[in-house]
Design a protein around this ligand. Structure first.
Ligand code: B12
Length: 216
């Protein structure tokens, strides 16, 4: 537990090497990967955001904390992902056009992989056309779109519009998420579901792919 609060401090302070060392130590000390994630790393990034919101942190501070988070995630990811499981479905995930925030998206991708989904991670700043192309190329069951900015979340609707225009909408589910996204917004743009966290994203994906077909 002591290590988890040290890890939290390291990510908030942007101490990249310490974040890596403390993640390894927490894992070898027996902390569950989910505990490390949810009790240390995710709250640390929330604190970084809060400090930015209060003008106590600036962009370089956010960047360096994001690097510390990524280092920790790189170590945690293999522990989150169970190897050798038959894919239970396939997902294309990306951060929407104009948006360079990829930590939450990568977390959702890792959790999906860890739950047996085949994941095509399209990266960040993904154009709506690229999501449609992934549906055609990989015949994915579901598209997961992330947005962290109020100015970019509006681009999510373009993905659904393109899927409609190209006659692909019926064959693929669409879920959205990211800090500014709300269930109302998901409903408004015609997405099939929303979650504000990675576990919720996995549950949503399971429900939608198993074919309830309902909007969640
Ligand atoms: C780190 C960070 C950055 C880093 C990003 C590095 C990277 N590689 O990702 C850098 C420094 C590059 C950055 C830049 C900017 N940022 Co910034 N950033 C953040 C910060 C501090 C943390 C984001 C994060 O990683 N959170 C941790 C992850 C784990 O959480 P998450 O992303 O929310 O993801 C979870 C859920 O949302 C959900 N989820 C996420 N995606 C999806 C997808 C699906 C399908 C589902 C179901 C769920 C889901 O599950 C995830 C796991 O639980 C946030 C503050 C915050 N509290 O969000 C600001 C924040 C998002 N940034 C902000 C701003 C303003 C900017 C800049 C415009 C600053 C500037 N003036 O240049 C630029 C924009 C650059 C761009 N074009 O994208 C504002 C946005 C305000 C707004 N309402 O639009 C925030 C909220 C800060 C603030 N308090 O004002 N940023």
């Amino acid at each position: 537990m002591a290590d988890l609060s040290k890890l939290y401090d390291a990510v908030v302070a942007g101490r990249i090497e310490a974040a890596g060392t403390l993640t390894r130590r927490a894992l070898s000390g027996g902390s569950a990967p989910g505990t490390i994630l949810n009790e240390s790393l995710v709250p640390a990034m929330a604190e970084v955001g809060a400090r930015f919101g209060r003008n106590e942190y600036y962009i370089p501070d956010m960047l360096i904390s994001a690097e510390a988070m990524k280092t920790a995630m790189g170590i945690l990811q293999p522990a989150l992902v169970t190897a050798g499981v038959e894919p239970v479905g396939s997902v294309a995930i990306g951060t929407i056009k104009g948006d360079l925030h990829d930590i939450g998206k990568n977390l959702v991708a890792a959790m999906l992989e860890g739950n047996g989904f085949q994941v095509f991670n399209l990266g960040m700043n993904v154009a709506p056309e690229q999501f449609a192309a992934a549906v055609k190329e990989h015949e994915v069951d579901l598209i997961a779109i992330s947005a962290l900015l109020t100015t970019t979340m509006i681009n999510m609707k373009e993905v659904i519009d393109i899927l409609d225009r190209e006659g692909l909408r019926e064959q693929v589910k669409v879920i959205i998420g990211g800090a500014p996204v709300t269930p109302d917004y998901a409903e408004k743009i015609g997405a099939d579901g929303f979650s504000d966290n990675a576990n919720g994203a996995v549950n949503l994906t399971k429900q939608l792919i198993s074919g309830s077909g309902e909007r969640l």
